[in-house]
Design a protein around this ligand. Structure first.
Ligand code: IPM
Ligand code: MG
Length: 360
């Protein structure tokens, strides 16, 4: 049976890393006879330039029809002056997340032993690190209404957003996190700011209620400021973390750096039925776009996650992950993870090396 994969390269380094992921998908598609049909469409700034809309109707139709989506990154300085509702992030990425109801964002931060030196923390603090951040992705302050920038009667401009979650939204992301914890070390830390924000007081209450359904899971709570500190102080205390949209955005970047580079981290954004969009945690990195130096591994590992979680192709996923391991063992590094004694390679050389490892 054919499975339709839609690749959305997006902006900045997106097209460069998407090209490498496609090479890798082509190889496993043939090797395992997966029956993948891979299509591509424009999103974000690239789509604004070509079609005047960050999510053109044609792209949206393909998103709906796809069995899984692999996205590079969106946004860049060129489109930063557009009105908020037209910008690549909101009108492209966030719109896909919302319209496909991809509320469950899984961001694993796993340290490859080969990269212990690339972490900004001491090797003993990060060795063996394996954290899963479960981030709510379609609610919270990112989507709350009312929002905007207005001018008050006294002529002073005021920006405002609304931080809102209802208990059903909290419960469904909580369930994703508890289920994930059950498959791991059965420890779940819920991150909130319940000492100040009512919305997260409710968050904590609902997590407590849900915890009664998962007696095997050791549930703890942490304020987000402390969580940020603990992540850089003693990150190995965490197994699964669950939090809202904005806190999750911030903490997952911090967790990514523990592993040496945000250029290594994949993510999955899933709906209730496991349909998903997969993307590297990093952004479009306009500062290095077009130079062929971006790290394609987060994108390639995201493709592996896609095969595993949305398409049920575990063997192919595991083979890609093993191939990534092989190239790291060979000492190949893009600039972001390079250290003395390793070999610096370009984006496409890294992709080619993964392909070679798959073919070996
Ligand atoms: C991420 C990104 C996005 C987010 C941006 C590009 C809108 O930072 O996926 O973490 O904030 O969700
Ligand atoms: Mg982010």
């Amino acid at each position: 049976m054919t499975k339709n994969v839609l690749v959305l390269p997006g902006d900045g380094i997106g097209p460069e890393i998407a090209a490498e992921a496609r090479k890798v998908l082509d190889v496993v598609n043939a090797q395992f006879d997966l029956g993948l049909s891979v299509d591509e469409a424009l999103v974000g700034g690239a789509a604004i330039d070509a079609a005047g809309d960050a999510l053109p109707a044609e792209t949206w139709a393909k998103c709906e029809a796809a069995d899984a989506i692999l996205l590079g990154a969106v946004g860049g300085p060129k489109w930063d002056t557009l009105p908020p509702n037209e910008r690549p992030e909101k009108a492209g990425l966030l719109k896909i997340r919302a319209q496909l109801d991809l509320f469950g964002n899984l961001r694993p931060a796993i340290l490859s032993p080969q990269l212990a030196d690339a972490s900004s923390l001491k090797p003993e603090v990060v060795a063996g690190l394996d954290i899963l951040i479960v981030r709510e992705l379609t609610g919270g302050i990112y989507f709350g209404e009312p929002r905007g920038i207005r001018t008050l009667e006294n002529g002073v401009r005021q920006g405002y957003n609304t931080y809102v979650y209802d208990e059903d939204e909290i419960r469904r992301i909580g369930r994703v996190a508890f289920e994930a914890a059950m498959k791991r070390d059965k420890r779940l830390c819920s991150v909130d700011k319940a000492n100040v924000l009512e919305v997260t007081m409710l968050w904590r209450e609902v997590m407590e209620e849900l915890g009664k359904e998962y007696p095997e899971v050791e549930l703890s709570h942490m304020y987000v400021d402390n969580a940020a500190m603990q992540l850089v102080r003693a990150p190995k205390q965490f197994d699964v973390m669950v939090t809202g949209n904005m806190f999750g955005d911030i903490l997952s970047d911090a967790a990514a750096m523990l592993t040496g580079s945000i250029g290594m981290l994949p993510s999955a954004s899933l709906d209730q039925n496991g349909k998903g969009m997969y993307e590297p945690c990093h952004g479009s990195a306009p500062d290095i776009a077009g130079q062929g130096i971006a790290n394609p591994l987060a994108m390639i590992i995201s493709a592996a996650m896609m095969l595993r979680h949305s398409l049920g192709m575990e063997d192919a996923a595991a083979k890609i992950e093993a191939a990534v391991d092989t190239v790291l063992d060979q000492g190949l590094r893009t600039g972001d993870i390079w250290s003395e004694g390793t070999q610096k390679v370009s984006t496409s050389e890294m992709g080619d090396a993964v392909v070679a490892a798959l073919n070996a």
